[in-house]
Design a protein around this ligand. Structure first.
Ligand code: SAH
Length: 247
């Protein structure tokens, strides 16, 4: 971090779980931090690498069970930074992919607090790599899309017709509970009911599990999986059996 006593926050992505997927920059920052504000998705192994003298503030979030509301998290960052502490805001995966990092930075800007952003390996990238599922492949998919599977109460609906293409990979974050909706809408908009799909549970960790099925049976594997899990839909998931390497 830029060494200075002016208020400053490092917004850091911790990757999907395996501590070796931290960037060197993230590693250096968590070892130098005075305060680490972290989420449920940051693995215990990564927390074990944090400066032992740092103050740890857990603001873990789980769908429909927010431990600390977003505006309070924003306020904690502001207050700790104004105390002159070296604050690291540590989030699972990448801070700008379904991480609300942008909202936290907007609050810092409003309070004239400096910041830096350290990208992390997002779950789609880390989990697919560890499951042997290339997100694109010349024979299967020329594009990939990341979608938030849970539907925000007042948010816009997913545009299903733009997702249902054969040569396309879909990665749903936070989608387990919505598996029936995902299945029904993708099939209604033209995807074959036998389109292969996979769920990667606790990807990149020693507890990683990969479940595969056809789209028409997505709910069955979703019912067996626990959070955090990613849903991948598309023929690339067929490669898992051949390219799986992580035990
Ligand atoms: N900012 C994070 C995503 C936060 S949203 C990132 O870039 O990865 C939380 C969702 O991410 C979870 O519900 C799950 O769908 C996914 N996720 C995060 N870590 C995961 C992991 N290790 N294995 C499977 N899915 C994961």
């Amino acid at each position: 971090m830029t060494a200075s006593h002016s208020p400053f926050v490092s917004l850091v992505g911790a990757g999907p779980g395996d501590p070796e997927l931290l960037t060197l920059k993230a590693y250096r920052l968590i070892q130098a931090a005075d305060v680490v504000v972290y989420d449920r998705l940051v693995s215990d192994e990564i927390m074990a690498l944090v400066n032992p003298d740092a103050e740890l503030l857990f603001v873990g979030k789980k769908l429909s069970q927010h431990c600390v509301p977003q505006d309070q998290i924003n306020q904690i960052l502001v207050d700790k930074a104004l105390e002159g502490k070296h604050v690291v805001r540590l989030k699972g995966g990448d801070t700008f992919i379904f991480g609300r990092g942008g909202e936290e930075l907007e609050t810092l800007v409003e309070h004239n607090i400096g910041f830096e952003v350290v990208p992390g390996i997002t779950a789609a990238s880390g989990c697919s790599a560890y499951a042997g599922i290339p997100l694109t492949h010349r024979d299967h998919a020329q594009s990939v899309q990341f979608i938030a599977g849970h539907l925000k109460k007042e948010g816009r609906d997913i545009e299903w017709q733009s997702l249902a293409h054969n040569n396309h990979t879909l990665v749903f974050y936070m989608g387990l509970k919505q598996a029936p909706v995902i299945k029904t809408n993708l099939i209604a908009h033209g995807l074959a009911s036998d389109t292969p799909c996979a769920i990667i549970e606790r990807g990149t960790t020693s507890q990683q599990r990969v479940l595969t099925a056809q789209l028409c049976d997505l709910e069955d594997i979703a019912n067996q999986a626990i959070s955090p899990s990613l849903i991948i839909v598309g023929s690339v998931t067929r490669l898992h059996k051949k390219l799986s390497w992580f035990k």
